[in-house]
Design a binder for this molecule. Structure first.
Ligand SMILES: Nc1ncnc2c1ncn2[C@@H]1O[C@H](COP(=O)(O)OP(=O)(O)O)[C@@H](O)[C@H]1O
Ligand SMILES: O=P(O)(O)OC[C@H](O)CO
Length: 503
């Protein structure tokens, strides 16, 4: 039983989870049970090849509508003690402080339009400076070059920015701005750590990096703890003001929701993409394997760091089976189909549909299948798609182990996200890792992480140690594969990767 439950507090916490394809509002009680849920998808915009945009009003309206719907389900704003926000990370918004209107569509994390700018900055020898300060790489994935693009390409933007009229924010900042009626321009350290202009060691925006990208410092939000005072929602939004007191990027929120509070704990989220975060404690670890160093959460002025491996295609490979190839009608059918595949005809899928993320970072690579014969059919495709997620996770874990020897070789992976519904995929994951895979009872770990941070600020939820004790296992997948067979399969994957990476 936690702090709020002990005190007989029957109020609830509202978590807003603003994701890449939908906005969700989930309300948790003091025992971390879901009391209400609302979800709304919104349109994706692809104005040019490699570009991905969201309409800022869609992000706001879908968040607002789902929040109002969920709050109404539990009986109104009086029942809500606090709001936590978690969000798709890196996605970049710039708005005019005077009007509250965005000057352009949001440039989504998947958008590759700043690839040439990143290449130029690398050629000019800037990558080491960016990496040493931010823990990131010069890749279009992160916000910094997207802000520069808006300033350079939206008419009048640079002049307005230099006059102090424009504000930049990741999606959390945009929602906070709108929820507070333009009174608060803030973000948390986890979101700041994805922008490419935040020094994760000093805990401040970096003037040298801002100078290289020609971004005025006046555009940037105040950076707070992940559990902090982010103002309160305007009275008119829910009928009564509600404090906003927890904010974290979605992968960091999942790390919190999975209670990975100790160094060495590891979670991996399997949604559209896959993001694995290894808590490395109070000291940042610099990767020699092209993993990212990022802030896992910041509490009471103290950051905890993580090594992160980001894979762009996980569940999206299953969507491709369904929508691109028409081999299945629903994602859940992929497992039964994969189980029919014949071991004598092993096929590998390298799902580099939008390039490869960690640890390869090859924006120009494209997807490939290897090992096809006349006997190959839909079952082999389904198995290859599900297995590709396991192989990619093993790539990340090998990189993490080599970067962080303090963690030893003992790994237990906590998993979440839509794809972990597949027992088949989770068993293969445990098999190819040669390590246990733990699936928790609470599937909504991202939203739970945001709710936890918001509740922590008000002593509604207990301190991390006590919270960690409440984490509950739904099922553990133990590795069953013979080591020789595992090694042979993984060697085949490495070969497929070698043939796919460009240059
Ligand atoms: N039973 C299943 N087996 C395999 N993949 C699944 C299953 N159910 C959902 N998925 C995959 O999970 C993804 C959705 O997960 P979700 O966490 O909602 O993603 P996101 O937050 O990125 O939108 C989809 O890509 C879908 O293909
Ligand atoms: O919204 P998701 O779940 O696809 O997550 C996106 C990540 O935060 C991108 O870094």
């Amino acid at each position: 039983m936690n702090a709020a439950a002990k005190a007989g507090d029957n109020r609830l916490i509202l978590a807003l989870d603003q994701g890449t394809t939908s906005s969700r509002a989930i309300i948790f009680d003091a025992n971390t049970r879901v009391a209400a849920l609302a979800q709304k998808e919104f349109p994706q915009h692809f104005p040019q090849s490699g570009w991905v945009e969201h309409d800022p009003e869609d992000l706001w309206q879908s968040s607002l509508e789902t929040a109002r719907e969920a709050v109404a389900k539990v009986g109104g704003a009086g029942r809500i003690a606090a709001i936590g926000i978690t969000n798709q990370r890196e996605t970049t918004l710039v708005w005019d402080r005077r009007t509250g209107e965005a000057v352009a569509n949001a440039i989504v994390w998947q958008d590759r339009r700043t690839s040439a700018l990143c290449s130029r900055l690398k050629e000019e020898g800037h990558e080491e400076l960016f990496t040493s300060r931010t823990g990131l790489l010069l890749d279009p994935y992160f916000s910094g070059t997207k802000i520069a693009w808006i300033l350079d390409n939206v008419e009048g933007a640079r002049e307005k920015a230099e006059a102090g009229h424009l504000a930049f924010g990741t999606v959390d900042s945009w929602l906070i701005w709108r929820l507070t009626g333009g009174r608060v321009h803030a973000t948390d350290a986890t979101n700041a750590s994805r922008t490419l202009v935040y020094d994760i060691h000093k805990g401040d925006w970096d003037d040298d990096l801002l100078g290289i990208l020609a971004i005025p410092r006046s555009m940037l939000p105040e950076v707070k703890n992940s559990a902090d005072d982010f103002g309160a929602s305007d009275t008119e939004i829910f009928g009564a003001p509600i404090p906003i007191s927890g904010v974290a990027g979605d992968q960091q929120a999942a790390t919190v929701g999975q209670a990975c509070f100790e160094a060495g704990m590891l979670k991996s989220t399997y949604g559209t993409g896959c993001f694995a975060l290894l808590n490395t404690g109070t000291a940042p670890v610099r990767s020699t394997n092209r993993l990212l160093t990022t802030i896992a959460y910041k509490l009471n002025g103290k950051p905890a760091y993580a090594l992160e491996g980001s894979i762009f295609v996980a569940g999206a490979a299953v969507q491709w089976l369904r929508d691109g190839l028409g081999m299945i009608g629903q994602a859940a059918e992929s497992s039964a189909l994969a189980a029919q595949a014949d071991d004598a005809h092993r096929v590998y899928l390298v799902p580099a549909f939008t390039g490869l993320g960690a640890p390869y970072w090859d924006a120009d690579a494209r997807g490939a299948m290897y090992g096809l014969t006349r006997a190959s059919g839909p079952a082999d495709f389904a198995r290859a798609a599900l297995e590709s997620v396991g192989y990619q996770t093993r790539d990340l874990l090998e990189a993490m182990h080599s970067d962080w020897s303090a963690g030893g070789k003992e790994t237990v992976l906590r998993v979440d996200g839509g794809m972990v519904a597949s027992d088949w995929a989770m068993q293969f994951l445990a098999d190819i890792l040669g390590a246990p895979v733990d699936r928790p009872v609470v599937a909504e770990t991202t939203a739970l992480g945001a709710a936890y941070l918001a509740g922590l600020r008000h002593d509604y939820y207990p301190e991390p140690v006590e919270m960690a004790a409440q984490w509950a296992l739904e099922r553990r997948f133990e590795p069953r594969m013979e080591p020789d067979f595992r090694d042979r399969l993984y060697a085949g994957w490495r070969d497929a990767i070698r043939r796919t990476v460009s240059g």
